[in-house]
Design a protein around this ligand. Structure first.
Ligand code: ZN
Length: 189
């Protein structure tokens, strides 16, 4: 396994519509293993193949409840609205408020080509929507209602995100700490 280089905003691969995967091969399984390693190496919550330069419809996520790989992921149901703070490994140092569906059901294949259906709320739902957007060349800054530098949050030049963690840590700092990951939601901090 090997951690891969993360492509950053400005790289054309991030703006391409990724190709569907026709079948699971050993090459694809190796890609998924490498994406998994890359995501964990960066304390990420999720990663999409275009972020490592591969324009194919593959995502990996781990929102704290276990690793999930999805090939050709598709949102088949969504409901509710949730607004929270996100960041992205491909846009370092930038955060923004993004409106997402509160609950989603996503279908796809797992790394062995088996059908998989994931029902998600909270951070996992947000992560899935964020990563699937990557497959369509969409970045969170395209949808964010407010975008700000991580540094501005740290120095309290902008409003702190809603919420805060149970330990009573100032919510602004809990968000910044988690913004090192590919995305962040205060509800999953
Ligand atoms: Zn991202």
């Amino acid at each position: 396994m090997a951690a891969l280089t993360i492509r950053v905003e400005g790289d054309p691969v991030l703006r391409q519509v990724a190709r569907p995967v026709r079948k699971v091969t050993r090459r694809l399984q190796r890609l998924i293993r490498d994406m998994r390693e890359t995501m964990y190496a960066h304390d990420g919550v999720g990663l999409a193949a275009p972020q490592v330069g591969i324009s194919e419809r593959v995502i990996v996520v781990d929102a704290g409840s276990g690793f999930i790989a999805l090939v050709n992921p598709k949102i088949v149901h969504q409901e509710g609205v949730s607004v929270d703070v996100e960041g992205c490994l491909s846009i370092p140092g930038v955060l923004g408020y993004v409106e997402r569906a509160a609950r989603v059901e996503v279908t796809g294949w797992d790394e062995n080509g088996q059908d998989r259906r994931v029902e998600a709320t909270g951070l996992l739902a947000r992560a899935l929507q964020h990563e699937i957007d990557h497959l369509d060349g969409v970045l969170f800054i395209d949808k964010a209602t407010a975008v700000f530098k991580e540094e501005a949050v740290r120095t309290r030049q902008v409003a702190a995100p809603r919420g805060g963690d149970a330990a009573g840590e100032p919510e602004v700092f809990s968000s910044v700490a988690a913004a090192r990951s590919d995305l962040h939601s205060t509800e999953g901090a």
